[in-house]
Design a protein around this ligand. Sequence first.
Ligand SMILES: NC(=O)c1ccc[n+]([C@@H]2O[C@H](COP(=O)([O-])OP(=O)(O)OC[C@H]3O[C@@H](n4cnc5c(N)ncnc54)[C@H](OP(=O)(O)O)[C@@H]3O)[C@@H](O)[C@H]2O)c1
Length: 249
Amino acid sequence: MTSIALITGANKGIGYEIARGLGAAGYTVLVGARDGARGASAVDSLTSAGFDAHLVQLDVTDPASVAAAAKHIEHAYAHLDVLVNNAGIARPDGDDRALDPAAWAPSGQSLDSIRAVFEVNVFGLISVTNAMLPLIRRAPAGRIVNVASEVGSFALTLDQSSPYWSLVSLGYPVSKTAVNMITAQYAKELWDTPIKVNSVCPGYTATDLNGMSGFKTPEEGARVAVRLAQIGADGPTAQFFNEAGPLPW
Ligand SMILES: NC(=O)c1ccc[n+]([C@@H]2O[C@H](COP(=O)([O-])OP(=O)(O)OC[C@H]3O[C@@H](n4cnc5c(N)ncnc54)[C@H](OP(=O)(O)O)[C@@H]3O)[C@@H](O)[C@H]2O)c1
């Protein structure tokens, strides 16, 4: 039986490369994309490269879209082996300073801007996970990989020798800390099942998220998620990894 993997936000960047990596490993990849045309173009590229890829239109912030995606996967495949919660956004700090001086947080983001980040990175991730969980429970060995970030690590952000010490920001890093706690909570809930739930950090990767300023290629950034999606029964759960190994929470 072919294994089925859904990757959210897979039309570009790291998500696209996660889809390519899992396609190369023999998975049927479901390319989650909020925009049908952008998603179809990603599916075309993956199909042309010889992979079994299909579009699943999915805006993680839209409950109707999430429910329709789960229904479609149930009808087409009856189960889901791998869910990679990759879709994410960042809003540059300082951008909202001019808008409403009374409403911005210390990092220069307005509460509205921080809420927008949480809608995708946190609430969207929970919404998709809850919708897909019944299908993942039907798989023999379900895997959930949440794409977090080192900037959400308490240990690294409070380490004065870490590059993250100088980062003071309330939107994106806080959302990724929440992603890590969400990983822990689902992993505990699913402790006595074959399902494993882990967080990964791709590393600083050149994508639209950071104006292509990252050091790694999207293919390199995708590697850790591709690996964690395929761990065996003796693999970890409730842990946080980058490409080099385990990360502190
Ligand atoms: N790049 C880095 O250095 C880095 C480092 C650590 C962690 N990460 C994480 O890696 C993940 C992928 O980011 P990336 O760097 O590859 O950025 P990216 O190139 O901007 O890709 C983000 C993806 O998320 C999708 N997305 C955004 N909002 C969505 C929504 N409401 N519903 C569904 N999809 C949505 C985007 O779709 P559209 O094309 O429609 O906008 C796009 O496919 C994110 O979770 C990010 O936080 C990135």
